[in-house]
Design a protein around this ligand. Structure first.
Ligand SMILES: Cc1cc2nc3c(=O)[nH]c(=O)nc-3n(C[C@H](O)[C@H](O)[C@H](O)COP(=O)(O)OP(=O)(O)OC[C@H]3O[C@@H](n4cnc5c(N)ncnc54)[C@H](O)[C@@H]3O)c2cc1C
Length: 468
């Protein structure tokens, strides 16, 4: 039976009705026809039952929602794209501020910027910027929310060329815990601007982001896939290559199971293999030359790298990972991959428990290294790689197996890691993980949290506790 959300005693039907009458967006409650679809998030493992869901139409709705949650002492969850692993865009019993109707974008081609509302996905941003031949660093899947990805840091195809997503963030508009609306940038509320660049949703609801754009249109990229037997050599080759290559080329390593569908050649269907997914943003007429040493490493079994519009590269894996699959995440940072670590990768990469499960290693060097550890809240600026291990399957039947695999794999590698983890790619691992992720930046984040959200209204996130 569906559990009935616990509603705070101060929450009368009259109060809810009055709240609904002040909204431009929709207020959804248990029993409403859209309640079950509205409470769903991307990760099918998450099954939470909020008391109220507000589909915000505008900033005024966000202010009303924040005030209502605070005044009625409700747990408040804020949802951008809803992609978060542990489901931090939804909660039990409380109020969900769903920003998914707030997807507006506005490109200023002369200034090379894009303003993006807080509920947009990266697909919305690519759609808006590509006609101008412009792009900003995002991630690897276009259905991910701009909100959560940016506030956590943002690791994507352009990280080596133009840095993390936060390194291209110029300004945010924020609704604070007391309902005030403020703008934060390098000059206005600079402490808040520092904190939102990596500090997650701890400081308020970001209703709009302003990003710097770069002239990126058609890139040369896509996956190259090699037999699993070459994984050890490939990891060594790729590590040497990607830590020394010019910043206009990026490529992340993956263990995959080849999907049983075109365009993958039939002889590789359901085979466990290793891959690098490339993105080169330099002159296209030099691309073939630049990829010669890569192909010389050993001809890939499957070679899909070639000229491709940036939005097509960024949405290439969307169909493989539709909403509603079960996801279990583990993550770590690495300065390098030593021989022992490579041996362990080869061992666990060969044991991918399901077709969708995978392990990725993303380079976060190049331009991402030009920003110092204390310059933004994102702490790990001196490592080369962010690793993510994900157990993924369409239904819950494999959860035990894939969770055990992800935990064992992570544990085996962790001794070789730099500690901490990219908080956008972990489940809810508690205070120690949050502190490890922020390192020396945690104390400053806790002080800023005490200034902007002293009562921790925004706690449905990788939570930073207000300093006392
Ligand atoms: C398939 C997939 C691919 C991914 N690929 C990448 C990748 O390439 N690179 C990468 O860096 N990460 C990636 N991620 C991780 C992703 O960054 C996180 O899951 C992130 O939390 C998603 O943001 P969201 O807005 O979609 O999530 P949500 O679940 O909506 O929100 C996540 C957290 O952010 C907060 N939040 C969201 N929007 C706002 C806002 N506007 N104001 C205040 N707080 C807000 C929420 O309260 C919550 O705490 C991927 C995730 C998935 C599922």
């Amino acid at each position: 039976m569906t559990p009935k959300p616990q509603i705070a005693s101060t929450l009368t039907a009259a109060a809810i009705q009055d709240f609904a009458s002040r909204l431009r967006g929709e207020l959804i409650q248990p029993g409403d026809a859209t309640y079950d679809s509205a409470r769903k998030v991307y990760n099918g493992m998450i099954d939470k039952h909020p008391a109220l869901i507000v589909r915000c139409a505008d900033v005024a709705d966000v202010i009303a929602g924040v005030n209502f949650a605070r005044e009625h002492d409700l747990t408040l969850a804020v949802r951008g794209g809803g992609h978060n692993g542990p489901g931090l865009g939804v909660c039990d019993d409380g109020l969900v501020l769903d920003l998914s109707l707030m997807k507006g974008t506005r490109v200023d081609p002369a200034a090379r910027t894009v303003r993006v509302e807080g509920g947009a996905t990266w697909g919305c941003v690519d759609h808006a910027t590509h006609p101008f031949g412009l792009a900003t660093p995002s991630g690897f899947i276009s259905s991910t929310g701009v909100g959560g990805l940016t506030l956590g840091g943002g690791i994507g195809y352009l990280a080596r060329t133009h840095g993390l997503t936060i390194d291209n963030l110029l300004e945010v508009d924020v609704v604070l815990a007391d309902g005030r609306f403020v703008t934060a940038n390098a000059k206005e509320n600079p402490d808040l601007f520092w904190a939102v660049r990596g500090g997650g949703g701890n400081f308020g609801v970001v209703t709009s982001f302003l990003f710097k754009l770069h002239p990126i249109s058609t890139v040369y990229g896509g996956p190259m896939i090699w037999p699993l037997e070459q994984a050890s050599d490939l990891l060594r080759f790729w590590q040497d290559f990607i830590t020394t290559a010019p910043e206009d080329i990026n490529g992340w390593f993956a263990f995959i199971t080849v999907p049983p569908a075109p365009p993958f050649p039939q002889q590789f269907h359901m085979k466990k293999m290793c891959a690098v997914v490339w993105c080169y943003t330099g002159p296209l007429d030099q691309a073939e030359e630049r990829f010669k040493p890569i192909r010389a490493f050993g001809p890939p079994a499957v070679d899909f790298a070639g000229p491709i519009p940036f939005p097509a590269l960024q949405s290439m894996f969307d169909a493989l990972y539709p909403a509603g699959l079960q996801w279990y995440w583990k993550a770590d940072f690495f300065r390098d991959l030593n021989d022992q670590a490579i041996d362990l990768h080869v061992k666990y990469g060969a044991q991918l428990p399901t077709m969708h499960s995978t392990m990725h290693i993303y380079p976060i060097n190049g331009a991402a290294h030009k920003v110092g550890t204390g310059d933004t809240a994102f702490n790990f600026r001196d490592v080369n790689f962010a690793q993510v291990i994900v157990g993924v399957h369409p239904d819950a039947s494999q959860n035990e197996r894939m969770i055990a695999w992800a935990k064992d794999y992570w544990l085996a590698l962790h001794a070789h890691s730099a500690g901490g983890a990219y908080l956008n790619m972990v489940m809810d691992e508690g205070d120690d993980m949050v502190k490890a992720a922020y390192g020396k930046n945690y104390a400053r984040l806790a002080r800023i949290k005490a200034t902007y959200d002293p009562k921790n209204l925004f706690h449905v996130n990788q939570n930073i506790k207000p300093a006392v």
